[in-house]
Write a protein of this length. Structure first.
Ligand code: DQA
Length: 143
């Protein structure tokens, strides 16, 4: 089983960016944590982060026939991107949506998620552990 972990804009700024909201860990800490979890479960994992919507769409398209599942935090594009939703619908790879912060308890505009209608599960407000829960959810659904 191989999964792709996709992160959208400003996730590369973890550790610097609003630590009171997103915590002190960096993007590299996040990837290491997910990698260790996947190794324990004998799952292959790759990572991609971009600040550009089209680059995320390209990566989702390239995942077809390569990955069995996708963990996606589209970050700000969660609330705006029909293109990312359509890419997920095109490749039909099972996906879980993750948010580090609890988007339901923040500004109203963060309550809207375009990818949510495609993803079979959404995990929000559990910090970096939410990504591990997403990996487990994919295992439960796919194995
Ligand atoms: C986020 C929440 C989004 O509203 C925000 O734009 C992000 C990160 C999260 O992980 O909590 O960049 O997706």
């Amino acid at each position: 089983m191989k999964i792709l972990v996709l992160n959208g804009p400003n996730i590369n700024m973890l550790g610097v960016r609003e630590p009171e909201v997103y915590g002190a860990g960096t993007y590299s800490d996040l990837c290491e944590k997910i990698k260790a979890h996947c190794e324990k479960k004998d799952i292959g994992v790759s990572f991609f982060q971009s600040n550009h919507e089209g680059a995320l769409v390209d990566e989702i398209q390239k995942a077809l026939g390569v990955y069995d599942g996708i963990v996606i935090n589209p970050a700000a594009y969660t609330h705006t991107s029909v293109a990312i939703l359509d890419a997920l619908k095109a490749v039909k790879i099972p996906a879980v949506e993750v948010h580090i912060s609890d988007v339901s308890k923040r500004e109203d505009f963060r309550r809207i998620s375009y990818v949510r209608s495609y993803c079979f599960k959404t995990i929000s407000g559990k910090g970096f552990d939410g990504y591990l829960e997403a990996v487990d959810a994919l295992c439960g659904a796919l194995l």
